[in-house]
Design a binder for this molecule. Structure first.
Ligand code: SF4
Length: 663
């Protein structure tokens, strides 16, 4: 089996040629994960597992929406037993979709479920351990004793799975690593990988290989690094190439949840990693499969992409985050956050009021501009210069032909085609944009050396877009060229949903590796379109650009909600509660709030949230600052006020002053 991976390029088969990582096939009832099989779409129910009828109805809605595998929580033996009734009910209704039991803390529930359903998911962080948040110093001997203890606890399940042909997922979560792993490795990608390998070794010793592995986190950088490291460690350790289950935990809802999922999952899919996908949103589970399908469908036919010239090296570490070193050009590169450029070139004759689409609000009665958290940094107007004074802090980019005839060349900057710029005509003294395709970059390299007045708008015609852009950026690094680069992407007339997912994958995939000093989503050159539609597209591009920067953790402009997708354990309506908390706190830029349905897994899974709102009983909420409990069992009617009070006492609260949306 090792021969399958002989071409391994660090963590995937190739970083320039699309091909899926070869994995062993794992049989889950009638569905096969891995091997040469299509990527499997899966999701998880949210109804109480003891509600047999409700669970069956929800499973059917999920199957109808595209779910090929359904996970159901089994927190104790009685829920594990009830999986038989749910399975039976589904089969009677003619649905053969395999079921997966989700297990935390309860080996006895796992052992029952493994005899009933087609697959069992265990969390190696809590299968044989209760988390006490203790830092323990282990000697090699005492660590081995711990492993022996796990082995004893875990072996019965492995043997049941083998006997019943039940598959298993070893599903590591960044937020719920065992005290043992935390003590030795910290909450690092390496700790996540080792957490799975401890259990995997036991399976392999028992000659049990029907295993899928996941490395989930709500932090997209950690998640991507952990999956990559897992692939490398499996190869190095001589393990079988097990299929990967991809997912970002607690991604949230709406646009933010979709973007965050796409940044993590899409980045890995681009490199051919992933055999089954679950998108987790704080929404009804039937909304998850279509998002996963849209992410996965992009790779049908991807292998036919035009060749990408491989750079001499990829001079960055794909297992840890570091920004590419760049020179500072105006407010691009150097220590600056990545910038958002919004293309408004197809709108012509813009009015001040229409700048609302890019987060800038003109208040005529005060003759002033205000900006919300998503105020774009630059707009690209092409041949259609803006006829009014732009707000402070916002600049305009025009085509070079237009710019050179412009009276005000201070607050506007030229965008050259590569050939125009090479002709070295009139330049702006500070900041010049050069639009260049990845195929043309080689010609430009000598002229780019030592430049401190250029930002590249890098685009590609290659359908394997992210890797083509990444290879070009790696070439710049190899050549020692430090000009800032803004990836420029055009999704033509794709729907809003696809534009969001594709941009999150392509731009997010670069940002995760520290590449890219901004985002530019181009407007498709199409025939006449109603102005309202064009403005909607501009608005979408603006919010998606900020969303991707935040999801890749490179520029925080909004409050971040790490809300769990809910499951049978959930103690309150997560969607409603998330919306309520969002309404009161969404002006707290950069603050991370965890909203978790239960106290069993919630505190662990909200990972690096600054504050936590966790269901701890019917109508009762426990509030956290980081991992520390601040108030227990607060009645839910008062819990949001109390949460705000905790934020206030922590000096992180600011009063919401102005709501530009109502301006
Ligand atoms: S944190 Fe949410 S999704 Fe996770 S077990 Fe608890 S209720 Fe279920």
């Amino acid at each position: 089996m090792k021969a399958l991976l002989h071409n391994l390029d660090s963590y995937c088969t190739s970083r320039t040629r699309y091909s899926r990582r070869k994995t062993i096939p794992v049989q889950v009832g009638p569905v096969t994960i891995g091997g040469d099989n299509p990527i499997v779409i899966q999701s998880m129910t949210t109804v109480d597992t003891m509600d047999t009828g409700g669970s069956i109805e929800q499973c059917i809605r999920m199957i109808e929406s595209g779910c090929e595998l359904i996970r159901i929580t089994a927190p104790s033996m009685k829920e594990a037993e009830n999986l038989a009734a749910i399975k039976e009910g589904l089969r009677q209704r003619g649905y053969q979709t395999p079921l997966v039991a989700d297990i935390h803390f309860t080996p006895n529930a796992a052992e029952i479920a493994a005899k009933i359903v087609e697959k069992v998911r265990i969390n190696p962080g809590n299968y044989a351990d209760k988390k006490k948040f203790e830092l323990i110093t282990y000697t090699d001997e005492s660590y081995q004793e711990e492993l022996d203890r796990i082995r004893e606890r875990f072996l019965p399940l492995v043997r049941i799975c083998k006997e019943h042909g039940t598959a298993m997922r070893i599903g590591t979560n960044h937020g719920s690593l065992s005290d043992r792993i935390m003590s030795r490795y910290g909450d690092t990608p390496l700790g996540m990988v080792e957490s799975a390998l401890e259990f995997l070794r036991i399976c392999e010793e028992e000659n049990f290989h029907q295993i899928v592995i996941s490395m989930k986190s709500s932090n997209t950088q950690v998640m991507v690094q952990a999956y990559r490291l897992l692939v490398q460690k499996l190869e190095e350790g001589g393990f079988q190439p097990y299929p990967l289950h991809l997912g970002v935990t607690e991604a949230g809802d709406g646009e933010d949840g979709r973007i965050k999922s796409a940044v993590g999952i899409g980045t890995l899919l681009e490199d051919g990693l992933g055999d089954t996908v679950r998108v987790s949103l704080t929404e009804d589970p039937e909304f998850e499969a279509p998002v996963a399908q849209a992410l996965v469908a992009r790779y049908a036919g991807r292998a036919e992409h035009a060749p990408i010239a491989a750079p001499a090296a990829y001079p960055y570490d794909p297992f840890s985050y570091k920004k590419r070193e760049t020179v500072e050009v105006a407010n691009f590169g150097g220590a600056n956050v990545p910038r958002v450029i919004v293309d408004m070139s197809r709108l012509g004759d813009l009015s001040p009021k229409e700048m609302k689409a890019v987060g800038h609000f003109y208040l005529p009665e005060l003759d002033k501009w205000k900006m919300n958290d998503l105020g774009s940094d630059y707009i690209y107007t092409g041949e259609q210069p803006i006829p009014f004074m732009l707000p402070n802090g916002m600049k305009q980019i025009q085509s070079w032909e237009t710019w050179k005839q412009n009276a005000d060349r201070k607050n506007s900057f030229p965008a050259f085609k590569a050939a125009e710029w090479l002709a070295q005509s009139e330049l702006h003294p500070e900041l010049n944009f050069v639009e260049v395709d990845t195929e043309e970059l080689a010609e430009l390299l000598p002229a780019l050396r030592e430049r401190k007045d250029v930002v590249l708008l890098l685009e590609t015609k290659n359908s394997h877009a992210m890797p083509a852009l990444r290879a070009a950026l790696a070439t710049l690094m190899v050549e020692g060229i430090q000009v800032p680069v803004v990836p420029s992407l055009n999704y033509g007339d794709q729907s809003a949903d696809k534009t969001m997912l594709y941009a999150a994958t392509d731009v997010g995939g670069l940002l995760i590796d520290g590449l890219g000093e901004g985002v530019l989503l181009r407007m498709a050159a199409k025939s006449a379109q109603p102005r309202e539609q064009l403005l909607d597209m501009v608005k979408l591009h603006n919010s998606v650009s900020f969303g991707v920067l935040q999801a890749a953790r490179t520029r925080m402009t909004k409050t971040e909600y790490i809300s769990c997708p809910s499951c049978g354990r959930t103690l309150f309506d997560l969607q409603e509660t998330t919306a309520m908390i969002r309404k009161r706190t969404d002006h707290l830029k950069g603050v991370k709030i965890g909203i978790m349905g239960c106290i069993v897994n919630g505190p662990g899974e909200m990972a690096d949230a600054d504050y936590g709102y966790v269901g701890s009983g019917k109508g009762k909420i426990t509030l956290y600052k980081g991992q520390e409990v601040i108030k227990r069992s607060v009645p839910s009617e008062r819990a949001v006020d109390e949460l705000i009070e905790i934020i206030r006492q922590d000096n992180k609260w600011i009063e919401p002053e102005f709501n530009p949306e109502q301006a």
